[in-house]
Design a protein. Structure first.
Lengths: 84, 210
């Protein structure tokens, strides 16, 4: 049987600290049958579109327009898509 | 968080690796809705397992029972009886003579699958006829968030839970940070014990709402 290991206190603290919303970030998140463009900390999405590419384009355009400082793109498996 | 019987939610589900993502989603949703998840793993392993489970059930007004392992995947594979057994015990407690347990409310859930609908239960557990059975989709776990959130919404909470889409988005934001930070400790997501996961989600959502 695989042994479960404990997470270090430092890592736990980092995860908990990451909860504080940074409203200068806009996320592209998987939804049922589409992708949501959402400000970090907001309750509602700005847009929900079918294509991930389209959602990314909308988010990047808002950064160009100065509405946000950066885009965070998520994959369907729940990980970050870095370098997006 | 409201502590105690009214806010405790006993989760009766499989604990295999294949199911762990579903369990993480259920736990996150329960905590997001400001309830307190209880699973058998959270109690001392030295005690008799069934005694520990019954103790958890007695301390929880609400319970979620996932019966998705009620069919074997291939010929000769044993089906899992733990979940139906625990559902039976929970329903028995509700119908016992103890007044304080009469308020118990159970939600029964299952994944979609071939021939799996309410008629499946009329055949396999016909005594459940008349009880609500919520079917969710494994490939779209937002449907599991919605099922759990809606079940908790109607349980007379002081404050209405967020929309399921917001809980799902929050879960995805949390999960991405969680996976990335676990890599620092050279851990993979399925190796973290659920009680530790509950503590982290609790800390994360408490900090988010500050």
């Amino acid at each position: 049987m695989k042994r479960s290991l404990h997470i270090s206190e430092e890592t736990k603290a980092k995860i908990v600290a990451s909860a504080k919303p940074d409203p200068s970030k806009v996320h592209v998140l998987p939804r049922s049958g589409g992708w949501a463009v959402k400000r970090e900390g907001a309750k509602k999405a700005i847009r929900v579109v079918k294509s991930k590419t389209r959602a990314g384009d909308i988010a990047h355009k808002m950064v160009e327009e100065g509405k946000f400082s950066s885009v965070v793109i998520h994959r369907k498996d729940g990980t970050f898509q870095r370098g997006a | 968080m409201r502590e105690g019987f009214n806010s405790n939610v006993f989760i009766n589900c499989p604990f295999d690796d294949e199911y762990k993502e579903n369990l993480r989603v259920i736990i996150f949703t329960v905590i997001h809705c400001k309830f307190n998840p209880l699973i058998s793993e959270t109690k001392d392993s030295g005690a008799n397992r069934l005694d520990s489970i019954i103790k958890l059930m007695k301390s929880s007004r609400l319970s979620i029972h996932d019966l998705s392992r009620n069919v074997s995947k291939k010929a000769g594979e044993a089906m899992r009886f733990n979940m139906p057994l625990e559902l039976g015990i929970d329903l028995g407690l509700k119908n016992s003579e103890k007044i304080d347990l009469k308020d118990k409310v159970s939600m029964v859930i299952d994944v979609t699958g071939k021939d799996k609908n309410q008629y499946f239960y009329q055949k396999s557990i016909s005594d459940l006829a008349g009880n609500d059975l919520i079917i969710y989709t494994q490939s779209e776990l937002i449907s599991l968030v919605e099922a759990v959130r809606n079940f908790l919404y109607i349980q007379k909470v002081d404050e209405a839970p967020d929309q399921h889409t917001n809980i799902w988005d929050d879960y995805n934001m949390f999960k991405a940070e969680y996976i990335e930070n676990l890599e620092i400790d050279k851990l993979t997501i399925n190796r973290v014990i659920q009680s530790e996961y509950i503590d982290i989600v609790q800390g994360y959502l408490d900090n988010k709402s500050k």
